[in-house]
Ligand binder design. Structure first.
Ligand SMILES: [Ca+2]
Length: 227
């Protein structure tokens, strides 16, 4: 019951925040996804008890698709990486990722020939903002097929308890295998991205139930992943 209350409060807070920040946006057009698990790499994979949720909001307005990630408060926005990744045509292979790199800003990397290409400047059709742990990406809906997949991952460094070296903590739409697919044994499959459906172009619409969708990740996922 405590967990349910926490998620309800999270949705309420996000709803309030969204209405405050974007008063012109119809509130019913946002789907909210909440992820409450983290994973730590660098000292062996270990699931962490959730301190706070990663919240993902997706909505469509006009001909644009919006993706907003609010990272947990324990993540320092000054030092945390944040990455959006897309499989725009739902063919099980990633197509591009856009990453916020501390002290550098946003960078873009395409997946070509089954490998991620070097980070370059973000193409002009992508509009990115970040404000105190809230990362937003706007892109043309025309880039997306009727079904597509996306993932988000935030990464922060920490000194793990009892360990002198830095470790990394990931809060993600799939913390174990967003980047590394243990079946294909590569970093380019979109198997664990979130499946999405695009509404018709040029409508201010409303995938899912429009009231917020709660998709916590099963604990079983922590048994997988990469050292
Ligand atoms: Ca693809």
């Amino acid at each position: 019951m405590k967990n349910i209350n926490k998620k309800a409060i999270t949705l309420l807070v996000l709803t309030t925040l969204l209405m405050a920040l974007v008063p012109a946006m119809p509130m019913a057009s946002a789907d909210v996804y909440s992820y409450d698990q983290e994973i730590i790499w660098g000292v062996g994979i270990k699931p962490l008890p959730p301190e706070d949720d990663l919240a993902i909001e997706v909505w469509y307005k006009g001909s644009k698709a919006y993706f907003r990630a609010t990272i947990p408060e324990c993540y320092d926005p000054e030092t945390s990486y944040a990455t959006f990744a897309f499989d725009v045509d739902d063919d099980d292979l990633a197509d591009f990722q856009i990453q916020y790199i501390p002290n550098e800003g946003w960078k873009y990397s395409a997946m070509e020939s089954m490998a991620w290409q070097p980070w370059v400047e973000v193409p002009s059709e992508f509009i990115l903002t970040n404000d105190v742990g809230v990362f937003t990406l706007k892109l043309p809906m025309a880039l997306l097929s009727e079904t597509y997949r996306f993932g988000f991952q935030a990464c922060r460094k920490m000194v793990y308890e009892g360990t002198p070296r830095n470790a990394q903590i990931f809060c993600s739409t799939e913390p174990g295998e967003l980047w590394y697919d243990s079946v294909y044994k590569d970093y380019v499959h979109s198997t664990y991205y979130v499946p999405m459906n695009l509404p018709p172009l040029k409508s201010d619409s409303v995938p899912g139930n429009g009231n917020g969708l709660d998709k916590p990740i099963p604990n079983d996922n922590f048994a997988k992943g990469k050292q």
